[in-house]
Every structure is written in C-alpha cells, then in structure tokens.
Design a protein around this ligand. Structure first.
Ligand code: MG
Ligand code: MG
Length: 368
C-alpha cells in the first residue's frame, strides 16, 4: 500500500424522508487525498438530539482538517485518537468521530483496491438477516397503518420486523396477535424493543403478555438505573435480552451483571469500526451473543455495518440495519440492496459505493 496524504474534507448536511413521513438529518463526509483516492463517511442519524447543538459546519470542517490534513488515512488508530481528544464526548461527538473514521476506512480500502471487509480479515458471509422497524404506537388507532406496513413488507419479501413497544400495551398486543394470525411463522418478529422506557415491574408485566407472540429476542426491556433490573427481566421472562453497548467498558459491565444475552453493536453509537470490533472479542471471550444494530443510517453507514458483519464470525442474531429500506432518498448511486429479509454486503473497493453528487445536492439541508 502506498502512502497517501489527506488534502481536504467536506461535510455535506442532508435531510432524508422516512416512509413514515418524518425527516431525518445526516452529515455525509467526503475525504480527498493528493493521490486522487477519496473516502466516504456518514454521521447518522442526527435526529436524536437538537440540531442546535451541532457545531457550525465550517468551524467543524476547520477543526477536522487541522487534525487530518497532510496525514495518511491508513493511520486510523492515531488519527481517531487525535479526534477523541478534540471530541471527547459532548453532543454529536461520537457521530462526528465515527463519520470521519468511516471515511478513513473507505479511503484506505479504496487505495488498496479491496472491500473494507478484507481489511477486517475477510468475509465469512455475504448477507445478513435484518428487520424493518415498526415504531411505537401511542394508541390502537395506529394498528391498521402498521398492519398495512407489514403486509407491504411481506409482499416485498421483507419477512422480519421489530416492534418498538411500551406506550400502549393493549395496542402492542392486538397488533402482534393480528400479525401472527395473518402470517403465522412466515413472519419473524425479530425483537420487541422497549427502549428502556418502563420500570422493571411494568416491563415484566407487559412482556408476560407479549412474549407469547414469539419474538426472537427482547431489546432494552426496562429502565436501566440498575443492571440487576435487566437481569431480573431476563430471568423472569425467559427470553434472550439484547442491549445497545456504547463502549467496551459498558459491555464488560453488562456481562459482569449478567444483564444481557446479546450485545447490540450499533456502530455509529459506538463511535467507529475499530471500537465495534473490540466488542466481538469481548463477546467471544464471555459467551455473549451479538447482533448489529442501527441508529438508522443511509447506505454509507449501513455499508459500514455490513462490512463489519461480513467479517465477524460470532454474529449470532438478525440485525437492524434497514435504513436504506426506511429512507426514501439516499446519496449513493446504488443503495444497499435487500433480498428476502437479508441485506447484501456490497462488493467493490472500499464500501463498494459511489457518491451520487446530484442526489447529494437534491437532499441538501440547511443546518450547521
Ligand atoms: Mg434498540
Ligand atoms: Mg436513530
């Protein structure tokens, strides 16, 4: 691999519309080098916090360029350590660091003319089973729309979904019953995601009703002030429990408290591919299962999840990376493809994706 030198970095704010109608902000990162190799990254999704806290993009670009200009993108460990000093953990810091790290991986793999998964040791699978998200219902009048969505997904061959539950248990139960009634075991209810909203005992009472619809696992079942509460849910409900893991340290704490069966490894929330990879070692050493989660990325962020998933042998459960199914717009020429409930790992140098400048311009947003 020849030495290359970073010359520029651009940040492109975009908005994309979800099938559900809501609008989600992202920042696309493009990295340029003197040798003509470029790299693509993505900060996604940025809808979780107030965009007022996002740094002005021109200032952010200047800060990033100061850390990166003149450097070799292959120096991923050193460059991400530098970025971690500047962005130690404030609002959007993880997304910013991750977006840049992804662009570095893409540039390095493109320079080597290999897919990113080759840099991670090669692929052990070329597709990954994923589910589509059905968002939390506040009342039963939202059931028909969600049933229509499931029917539409089933017609398109997308036969796995997850349900965010917990605002109206009656509605959750009626919806799950209707789905099982209509599709039996043809559909996979991949998980019930509680987003840590309910206190332990309320969560247990609700899950006793919902577990009979045979979800593959339960995610973030209850409030998490005390990890013993999660362990109590696991042991009472008798289903595998997953939780998002934000750091290696947190993964260790979950294991020590016997709070989870499955690490939900959502790359963006973790702050990068290198950090996410460490969690697979922890999972292997402790007998913890894994899945690849999401914060709802466009194709670039999803490709990063898929290259990681392609290369990690101990990937056990279906994942959540369905952004390219959820969003009506994207910024690449060929978005991630899905087939019969699987996401296909893209092939070609880097992520295997090419930016579509027209789509980037068409979806341009005004924040930052
Ligand atoms: Mg979740
Ligand atoms: Mg999200």
């Amino acid at each position: 691999m020849s030495i290359v030198e970073i010359t520029d970095l651009q940040l492109h704010p975009v908005h994309t519309r979800r099938e559900t109608g809501s609008i989600t902000p992202h920042v696309i990162v493009t990295l340029d080098t003197r040798e003509g190799i470029s790299g693509l990254g993505e900060m996604s999704d940025l809808g979780h916090y107030s965009l007022r806290d996002f740094p002005p993009l021109s200032r952010l670009r200047g800060t990033l360029l100061e850390a990166l200009r003149g450097r070799d993108p292959a120096d991923i460990t050193g460059l991400t350590a530098r970025l971690a000093q500047t962005f130690p953990g404030g609002p959007f810091h993880k997304e910013i660091r991750c977006g840049v790290e992804l662009a570095l991986w893409d540039a390095v793999a493109r320079n080597a003319q290999v897919p990113v998964y080759q840099l991670l040791g090669g692929k052990v699978r070329d597709r990954y089973r994923v589910c589509y998200p059905i968002f939390r219902m506040r009342a039963s009048d939202e059931i028909p729309d969600n049933l229509r969505r499931v029917r539409d997904l089933m017609r398109r061959g997308q036969d796995a979904f997850r349900l965010y539950w917990g605002a109206d248990i009656e509605a959750d139960e009626r919806f799950l019953a209707a789905v099982r009634d209509e599709y039996g075991d043809q559909v996979e209810i991949k998980s019930l995601d509680g987003s840590n909203q309910l206190p332990r005992d309320e969560a247990i009472a609700a899950l006793r009703r919902l577990i009979r619809y045979r979800p593959t696992h339960i995610e973030s079942p209850c409030q998490r002030e005390d990890l013993a509460d999660m362990r109590a849910v696991r042991e009472t409900i008798g289903a595998a429990v997953s939780e998002h893991v934000a750091s290696l340290q947190q993964g260790y704490e979950f294991v020590a408290a016997q709070a989870v069966d499955i690490f939900n490894i959502s790359l963006v929330a973790m702050g990068g591919l290198a950090a996410a990879r460490k969690l697979y070692a922890l999972a292997e050493a402790t007998g913890t299962k894994t899945l690849i989660g999401t914060t709802q990325e466009l194709s670039i962020g999803t490709a990063a999840q898929l290259h990681l998933g392609a290369a990690m042998p101990n990937l056990d459960y279906p994942g959540d990376a369905a952004g390219p199914l959820l969003y009506q717009q994207d910024v690449v020429r060929q978005r991630i493809r899905y087939c019969q409930g699987y996401a296909l790992v893209p092939e070609g140098p880097g992520w295997g994706l090419d930016l579509d400048p027209e789509a980037l311009a068409a979806n341009r947003a005004n924040f930052g």
